[in-house]
Design a protein around this ligand. Structure first.
Ligand code: ZN
Ligand code: ZN
Length: 379
């Protein structure tokens, strides 16, 4: 990596650390503790190994941060001493006691919401007077506002799955005669070939299975004249030490869609378009949800749209802001979220249509551009 890139990376991480400290002060929290999960790599570019040995970054609001890490994993850490101190712990030491000493006389501590209960329970024993709160209240709002470089990565990841969706719609991915699981595996291979380092999911649901929103692709063989719902995405790693996610849903029909399918799909497409268009700066998340839901309900399918309209996306596939009734958060520049209404007719078929959308000062910017239609394929 060129020196200036390293410099801008350090600047980015020190800026994020400063914003976390500011949020801690604003919320009267003394210290933030991060372990496994995406908060830690987002903050300093280091991802904790998800093992039984504790890795934990201790960020006091008014003092230097310290990364407590198993000594055998110290060589994995790209250590920038300007950002944090490094404390490797040996096999006979108690890492929880080390963290507790660094926390000191704190009253309130924010702890990463992906931290294992095992570590939190041990910390509570060591720090009986500390009240623990979820760090998502500190870091969630920061992560929800993407920096320009993050937005660029999300665009890149979206373009990658768009190319796969276009291949699906062009009939380049055989469907008829294959099982859902086989097609899912092919989508997974393509997700990696398109530059992601990890496959997060590749739902393939045929016929009546498409009416189950989180269907697990299985041994069902795809036949002719069926709906095939494909919802897939992965994580694409950047040189910042953290990855950004893609997530797209498109439906195709193997052969000729019947008139009822076309009618239902037209409602869904209109609802999705309305919800995307509703995402101006200052709009409440619940209003974006309602833009889709009211159209589906007016067409008589309200009962069959049983999930929220969308979720934020970034270093995690699901994060703030959630596009759901009751969420009064107002969209701000830098929010990135999915718009994915669905209509699911039990025992028959179902549809979902999903794009990732970024909130910009000029209006909502859909990051996915693959054809929105119910494309008929003959493969
Ligand atoms: Zn999806
Ligand atoms: Zn999604």
């Amino acid at each position: 990596m060129p020196a200036n890139a390293t410099g801008s990376l350090a600047l980015m991480h020190s800026d994020r650390l400063e914003r976390v400290r500011r949020a801690l002060r604003d919320q009267d929290i003394d210290v933030c503790l991060l372990s496994v999960g995406p908060d830690l790599p987002w903050l300093i570019g280091y991802e904790a190994m998800p093992l039984e040995r504790l890795t934990m970054l201790v960020v006091p609001r008014d003092a230097r941060a310290t990364l407590v890490v198993p000594r055998l994993e110290v060589p994995r850490v790209v250590h920038d001493p300007d950002l944090f101190d490094l404390r490797g712990w040996g096999e006979t030491e108690d890492p929880v006691a080390i963290v507790a000493a660094l926390v000191g006389p704190a009253r309130r501590a924010a702890i990463g919401n992906r931290t294992w209960a095992q570590f939190l329970v041990d910390l509570q024993h060591h720090l009986p007077s500390v009240a623990f709160v979820n760090a998502s209240r500190v870091i969630g709002p920061l992560r929800a506002v993407k920096e320009p470089a993050e937005l660029a990565m999300l665009r890149r990841a979206a373009a990658a799955v768009d190319r796969i969706a276009a291949e699906l719609q062009a009939g380049a991915i055989p469907l008829i005669g294959r099982t859902e699981a086989e097609v899912s595996a092919e989508l997974g291979r393509r997700i990696l070939a398109e530059g992601h380092h990890r496959v997060n999911f590749a739902i393939v649901a045929a016929g009546e299975n498409a009416a189950s929103p989180h269907h697990e692709p299985g041994a069902r063989v795809i036949g002719p004249d069926e709906v095939v719902l494909c919802d897939f995405g992965g994580t694409m790693r950047t040189d910042t030490g953290v990855g950004y996610c893609s997530d797209i849903t498109r439906c195709v029909v193997t052969g000729a869609p019947d008139p009822e399918m076309l009618e239902v799909y037209a409602v869904l497409e209109e609802a999705q378009r309305a919800a995307v268009a509703a995402g101006a700066v200052g709009t409440r998340c619940e209003a974006v949800d309602d833009a889709a839901r009211s159209i589906i309900a007016a067409a008589g399918y309200g009962e069959w749209f049983m999930h929220r309209t969308g979720h934020g996306i970034g270093v995690e596939e699901h994060e703030d802001p959630y596009i759901v009734a009751g969420n009064s958060h107002r969209l701000e520049v830098g929010n990135v979220y999915s718009v994915e209404p669905g209509i699911y007719l039990p025992g028959r078929f179902g549809f979902r249509l999903e794009d990732i959308v970024a909130t910009t000062a000029e209006g909502p910017e859909p990051l996915n551009r693959a054809d929105h239609g119910l494309v008929a394929v003959d493969v």
